[in-house]
Ligand binder design. Structure first.
Ligand code: ADP
Ligand code: ZN
Ligand code: ZN
Length: 745
């Protein structure tokens, strides 16, 4: 019998995204014993790469490849039996890789928690949660008076976790939770249930009733609810305390009632415990969190819970943006102006912009909330892309804080504190209320100078001055970490004495202790809060009024609300008024409003003081007389007149090299190549040194592209990227592209 001649076997090629910094994807041969229908886009695969193996994401299956057959390696294994990403998510990641000009494999890796990136099994172990029994709900502290540990744990569940808590969560609060739980179980005060049990309830029980919304809140809630099931962007503008969170909660209630999930993105992790508790008190559904303080396993768990629909609400930071949602209904970005929403290294994306793209592809609404929205967002309101919802009153009827400008020109300052401010501090302390002082500069003094020759201590590795740290008698570079012992005698003229020039938080703390010897002073900056748990401790001390004067940096500007603080002062706002970065006025205004928002409550309105040598500065005056919203409109008009973003589009090409000539030469070649694209509508600025060119012995140079229309920017970048990839010099340095940079540093 003749052998039947078979057609040449068809090639089966898997296209895979691998987490390497290359602008390409990789083809692998699919071994014939793999079942093709299992190769769903979005599953993870293990592949040989170099001498090792790597975990990647399967993108698609093809019959052809441009790789020579003898170079083609086979897939090693399929790691998932079902896709972990939906087609919409895969599309979104492709889009993000294209629009931000970032290596696709790294963009896809960003969508997964670390554990899954490394190839761990994607499974959701069904955890148990601990719940109060009927008897436990009614147990009073007195009944457990002789067992304080049991009493504390029970009170915690009653107050903070009425819908149950996992063992991990309880262990975080109570180190010996396991033993206590056993006892409480034996006493029939607690019971155990599978973690997802709360989801089986058919009607959505509200644990704590919603508040009665005021007219503005009601308007906001109805408007957003009306848009559920379709794409729309809402900008919810309202000062701290105006009831934004309550609006979120009531909209979320509707989304949950439809059986859908909610992704809530937040800037800071220190904020989530309060917010998490508030969510958990309201809804009897599984609420999960994701942020950098969790372990890899916890983050994988949160990711899987959302992916499989086992949790209904995810509260997370920037990195939670790509978490897959089984049944998405709403995305919320709280504090949408916050700079942490922009990833500043590697894949430099804007969480706000990607969240909006994501909502668009999912056909769901997005709420952007802030007391101080970004100018970009206002511009989008003007263009009709976002709908503005305003909350103009403080919900609990707390009065808006009064803002006063303190002119410190020619005033005798005591280490930066003016007489009117000192008077106000005295008055506030006399009423047993708290004072919050803000200075965004840690250390004792930003400079060490020689009295006789003017020498200044510089970092040997950076274009930066060394900062004086008094307690440790050290000089430190805040950019590269260099440190050395402080010097009394000038190393240059060998005769002059050195002295610290300028103010840092450590110095202000010292003067405060001498001026107010019987008051408790707390300094909150990166130096005092390094140890784990210290910040949380300090925040609690403030809440419980164990301190009188709080002095701190940026760290204090966000989220926390201190009801007994009635005086807030920004010791120096001038540095923000004269920055070369065109974003600086916007950032300063946001900072002032945010810091001001930390203070006061209904019966104790707060007062805010700004110390400045520019009391007539138009920015300050508009902000104070007319509020942030008007300030923003004015600042936008200025950007418009200057042709700056958001009325033009920028991309920054950055180069880092150990050798200046290399950096400049590379960028010259880039500039030469891009030059034909230059026009009235497309500016090519540079090559130029970055604002601080030398950092840790590396040289930073850049070219800024600015176009009137995004399309023009795309055209030049589309041509430039492949050109840069192939430049021989590219191998000797690091370069990156930052689309819509917010920091030109
Ligand atoms: P934001 O998120 O804008 O800072 P919140 O939603 O946290 O504002 O509200 C501030 C305070 O006002 C909270 O204590 C909240 O419970 C209360 N609150 C909010 N809305 C109402 C309302 N409609 N009625 C009464 N109190 C409210
Ligand atoms: Zn000297
Ligand atoms: Zn340095």
């Amino acid at each position: 019998m003749l052998m039947q001649e078979s057609a040449p076997p068809e090639l089966c090629i898997a296209r895979v995204a691998l987490p390497v910094p290359l602008y390409r994807v990789f083809d692998y041969l699919i071994p014939t014993d793999f079942e093709l229908q299992k190769l769903q886009p979005g599953i993870r695969v293990k592949v040989p790469f170099g001498r090792n193996y790597m975990t990647g994401v399967l993108l698609s299956v093809h019959n052809t490849t441009s790789i020579a057959p003898d170079k083609l390696k086979p897939l090693s294994a399929l790691l998932d039996s079902e896709s972990l990403l939906t087609p919409a998510d895969i599309e979104l990641l492709h889009w993000a890789s294209r629009d931000y000009y970032h290596a696709p494999g790294e963009v896809f890796a960003q969508a997964f928690p670390n554990a899954l990136r490394k190839g761990k099994v994607a499974e959701l172990k069904n955890d148990e949660i601990w719940l109060l029994t009927e008897q436990g709900q009614h147990c009073t502290p007195e009944q457990l008076a002789r067992a304080p540990k049991q009493q504390q744990l029970l009170s915690y569940l009653q107050a903070q976790a009425p819908n149950g808590a996992s063992l991990q969560e309880l262990r975080r609060q109570f180190p010996d939770a396991s033993n206590v739980l056993k006892t409480l179980l034996a006493k029939n005060l607690l019971t155990r249930a599978p973690a997802e049990a709360t989801l089986q309830v058919s009607t959505l029980p509200l644990l704590q009733a919603a508040l009665v919304p005021n007219a503005e809140q009601l308007q906001a809630i109805t408007t957003v609810c009306h848009a559920l099931g379709q794409f729309q962007v809402f900008l919810l503008e309202g000062v701290t305390g105006s009831g934004k969170t309550e609006v979120y909660l009531q909209v979320i209630q509707q989304v949950l009632a439809k059986g859908q999930q909610v992704l809530v993105l937040l800037p800071e992790i220190t904020l989530t415990p309060q917010l998490e508790a508030r969510f958990k008190r309201r809804f009897a559904v599984t609420i999960t969190t994701s942020h950098s303080k969790l372990t890899e396993n916890q983050r994988q768990r949160a990711w899987m819970q959302m992916q499989q629909g086992a949790a209904r609400i995810l509260l997370g930071t920037r990195s939670a943006l790509f978490t897959p949602l089984k049944n998405p209904g709403l995305i919320i970005l709280d504090e949408e102006h916050d700079s942490s929403f922009k990833q500043q290294e590697g894949f430099r994306y804007s969480t706000r912009d990607v969240a909006i793209m994501r909502a668009k592809s999912l056909q769901i609404p997005v709420i952007l909330g802030s007391a101080t929205p970004a100018l970009e967002s206002y511009a989008n309101v003007q263009r009709g892309r976002f709908q503005l919802l305003q909350l103009t009153q403080r919900a609990g009827q707390a009065a808006d804080p009064r803002i006063l400008i303190i002119d410190v020109r020619n005033k005798p300052l005591q280490q930066g504190l003016s007489p009117p401010l000192l008077q106000a501090i005295n008055d506030t302390l006399a009423k047993n209320e708290q004072v919050l002082l803000f200075l965004n500069r840690r250390g004792f003094a930003p400079l060490l100078m020689c009295h006789s020759c003017g020498w200044v201590a510089r970092c040997p590795s950076c274009d930066a001055n060394l900062v004086v740290h008094f307690a440790k008698q050290q000089l430190r570079c805040h950019h590269c970490g260099f440190e050395q012992a402080s010097v009394k005698l000038c190393p240059l003229c060998k005769t002059g004495e050195t002295f610290p020039l300028g103010l840092g938080t450590e110095r202000v703390e010292a003067v405060l202790s001498s001026l107010f010897p019987d008051k408790r002073i707390l300094r909150l900056d990166r130096d005092t809060t390094q140890r784990k748990g210290v910040l949380e401790d300090y925040l609690q001390q403030i809440q419980q009024q164990q301190v009188d004067i709080i002095l701190g940096t940026q760290m204090l500007a966000k989220g926390h609300h201190f009801p007994n603080v009635t005086l807030v002062a920004l010791l120096d706002v001038d540095s923000g008024l004269f920055s070369i970065d065109f974003h600086a006025p916007e950032k300063l205004a946001q900072l002032i409003v945010q810091v001001a928002g930390r203070a006061g409550r209904a019966d104790k309105p707060g007062q805010v003081m700004l110390q400045t040598r520019q009391p007539e500065h138009p920015l300050l005056l508009t902000l104070i007389r007319e509020g942030y919203h008007h300030f923003a409109q004015q600042a936008l008009a200025e950007r418009h007149a200057a042709g700056l973003p958001p009325f033009s589009f920028q991309a920054l090409i950055r180069v880092v090299a150990t050798n200046v000539e290399l950096a400049v030469e590379f960028l010259h070649q880039v500039q030469q190549f891009a030059q034909p694209h230059a026009s009235e509508n497309l500016l090519i600025l540079g090559p130029a040194p970055a604002p601080m060119a030398k950092r840790a012995n590396q040289f930073h140079y850049q070219i800024l592209l600015q176009a009137e229309r995004r399309m023009h920017l795309r055209q030049v970048l589309d041509a430039l990227i492949p050109y840069m990839v192939d430049l021989p010099l590219a191998k000797k340095l690091r370069w990156s592209v930052d689309v819509d940079p917010v920091d030109l540093y």
